[in-house]
Design a protein around this ligand. Structure first.
Ligand code: SF4
Length: 557
């Protein structure tokens, strides 16, 4: 196990907590040391759920280790059953408890509780959170639908076909949404809307909002919709083998993928494609075609996150936004193959890692103009001064917005258009501010023009700072000294070239530095780095205006 400051995924028992917290009337008894209750905060502080997760921790302490920790577990399981009266329980151990080998499954079996008790074997030292969530969901479905496995898959299929022939609507389950998932709450609503609009009934949504009783009804549906393969694919594969339920392979993130998804659903439900496609309405497709292509088309984008969202974001970037995907990767090792294959179609080699420092290095090396990633990439992009939008878990509190903000379906495509384009469009506004900053009417020492009646273009005594706060973040810390010089220059102060030698780089001439200041802020960092690299590689002693243009010509070849 590696100790690290940030991690993309928690241990597998956190995955099990995501399933338990998503469901109703299910309780999780977790053999875990005292400190493990921290995991509750993920749900209450990050996701802002109004209740604690349905988890009882045994919370053993160091002094308990010489004693009867097995009994501690048995008491906790018995008391949880009496107190919460769940329809079913899951039991397991966290990383540390795994080492004391108390066997929560065997211990709870000995209690003879009158409800299903599902033991979880989650190898904490080999597997991670998404795998833990997937395995927990699979074990719950397997244990609770077991009575239906006595008849063959073929019998299940013919029973369902008879119902449809008798006039019943085709039905499906929606599988995969969990607690702490990126926009799962809103994706369910959006996908439910698409399916019901097409005349398909929703049998069960699970694990989110399903009770153990609901899980027992899963085999009744005609097919399964897999929203998040990381969580639901292994369960859907098992359901396909046991009950002959086919499942969707396309994840409806992006306009094109949503259309493909609807076609796939039409085939699985045995209904006409025309019917499911007739309601399509999407703002994002038209918006993407109508935005100023000079500024947006060909933007170099780097994408990192879980496999589902990365594969979808790459397709949207290239086919719907006109961006150029310059790098992509995932921390989901179980789905590395899928991401590698997708990356190949963009002429790239996927970055498969769970080390955020490696991701940071890659971003710095590629100098993209937009980063689409997780909470980690948001920090990385901020440090490097690159615009960024979050597309995947792990996420932070602001990624559980109060408003409706799905990623899936046509509304999801609209939300993504706004979220991704916004940082780039803001760049345009910033560029205008920079262009007009010395204008007599618009410079930073005069009040806003709409306040003309209180002083107009007179110099304000409450002058606003010379540049907006977010301008500061664009310049990496190591270049602060140079940035200050750029600021002075644009204020018409006298600066000699000797004053702007930074980090052993060839010094910038005042003229070149002033020209650099005219480049829009969102590409300025890259232009500066490229020019410095060019000067270094060509052994130049000073960066002049000519060097700046030569570097531009060189890198745009
Ligand atoms: S048991 Fe695992 S999750 Fe809990 S504190 Fe130890 S390492 Fe972290």
């Amino acid at each position: 196990m590696q100790l690290t400051l940030w991690t993309y995924e928690g241990p597998p028992h956190v995955g099990a907590m995501r399933i338990a917290t998503a469901m109703n009337d299910l309780h999780y008894v977790l053999h875990a040391p005292q400190g493990d209750t921290y995991a509750d905060l993920l749900f209450t502080m990050i996701e802002r759920l109004p209740k604690r997760p349905p988890v009882t921790y045994t919370t053993f302490q160091a002094r308990d280790l010489g004693g009867d920790t097995a009994n501690l577990f048995k008491n906790a399981a018995k008391e949880s059953f009496e107190r919460f009266k769940p329809q079913a329980m899951i039991v397991g151990a966290s990383c540390t408890a795994e080492l004391i080998q108390d066997d929560p499954g065997g211990l709870s079996k000995a209690l003879n509780l009158p409800i299903p008790v599902i033991p979880l074997e989650l190898p904490s030292y080999q597997k991670k959170e998404n795998w833990g969530a997937s395995e927990t969901f699979y074990q719950i479905v397997r244990h609770l639908t077991v009575q239906d496995t006595k008849i063959s898959a073929a019998t299940h299929i013919s029973q369902r076909q008879e119902k449809i022939a008798a006039g019943k609507k085709p039905s499906c389950n929606i599988l995969g949404p969990t607690a702490l998932g990126f926009r799962h709450r809103d994706d369910i609503k959006e996908v439910t809307k698409l399916l019901t609009m097409s005349g398909i009934e929703i049998n069960v949504v699970a694990p989110q909002s399903a009770s153990p009783a609901d899980i027992t009804r899963i085999p009744q549906a005609d097919f399964n919709v897999v929203l998040y393969p990381e969580i639901a694919q292994s369960t859907a594969s098992w359901l396909s083998r046991m009950y002959g339920q086919p499942f969707t392979k396309v994840v409806p993130i992006g306009v094109n993928a949503t259309i493909d998804f609807m076609k796939e659903v039409a085939t699985l439900a045995g209904i006409s494609e025309e019917k499911v496609l007739k309601e399509i309405k999407s703002n994002s497709s038209w918006y993407a075609r109508s935005v100023d292509s000079t500024y947006l088309t060909g933007k170099r984008v780097f994408i990192f996150g879980d496999a589902t969202h990365v594969i979808a974001a790459a397709r949207i970037s290239r086919d719907e936004m006109g961006f150029q995907v310059v790098g992509m990767g995932t921390y989901s090792r179980e789905f590395a193959k899928d991401v590698r294959e997708a990356a190949k179609s963009y002429g790239l080699e996927a970055l498969i890692t769970d080390d955020y420092l490696e991701v940071e290095e890659k971003v710095a090396e590629l100098s993209p103009e937009l980063v689409l990633g997780t909470q980690m990439e948001r920090h990385i992009a901020k440090r490097l001064g690159v615009p960024c939008a979050v597309i995947s878990a792990p996420v932070h509190v602001q990624d559980f917005p109060a408003r409706y903000a799905p990623q899936m379906g046509f509304e999801g495509a609209n939300v993504m258009f706004d979220t991704w384009i916004h940082p780039l469009m803001m760049g345009l506004e910033e560029h205008l501010i920079m262009m007009f900053r010395e204008d007599f009417e618009f410079n930073s020492n005069v009040p806003a023009s709409h306040l003309g009646h209180v002083g107009g273009a007179q110099t304000s005594t409450n002058a606003v700072p010379d540049s907006p706060a977010y301008f500061e973040t664009e310049v990496p810390v190591i270049h602060q000294e140079q940035h200050e010089q750029e600021e002075k220059l644009s204020s018409h102060e006298q600066v000699t070239t000797q004053q702007i030698i930074v980090d052993g780089q060839a010094p910038w001439s005042a003229e070149a530095l002033k020209e650099l200041g005219k480049i829009p802020f969102f590409v300025r960092g890259k232009a500066r780095r490229n020019t410095e690299k060019f000067a270094q590689e060509h052994g130049m002693q000073q960066i002049t205006l000519e060097t700046l243009y030569d570097a531009k010509a060189y890198y745009s070849r």
